[in-house]
Design a protein around this ligand. Structure first.
Ligand SMILES: [Zn+2]
Length: 60
């Protein structure tokens, strides 16, 4: 699966909003940490099992 223009545009938009926005598993989640952060990527909004979970998906 290669990068597309849409992928680039989406990432640019996410980074403009202040997110790292690295894609996870083909874009099923997006890193919501700040750009250039250290440590694993985390999407705080995607993949939560319940509304009380502190975070969603984490990867590196
Ligand atoms: Zn990240």
């Amino acid at each position: 699966m290669g990068k597309t223009a849409d992928e680039e545009a989406s990432r640019a938009a996410g980074q403009a909003a202040g997110y790292c926005w690295a894609p996870y598993r083909g874009g099923r989640a997006r890193c919501t940490k700040r750009p250039g952060h250290r440590g694993p990527h985390v999407d705080h909004y995607t993949g939560r099992q319940s509304p009380t979970d502190m975070q969603g998906v984490e990867w590196d």
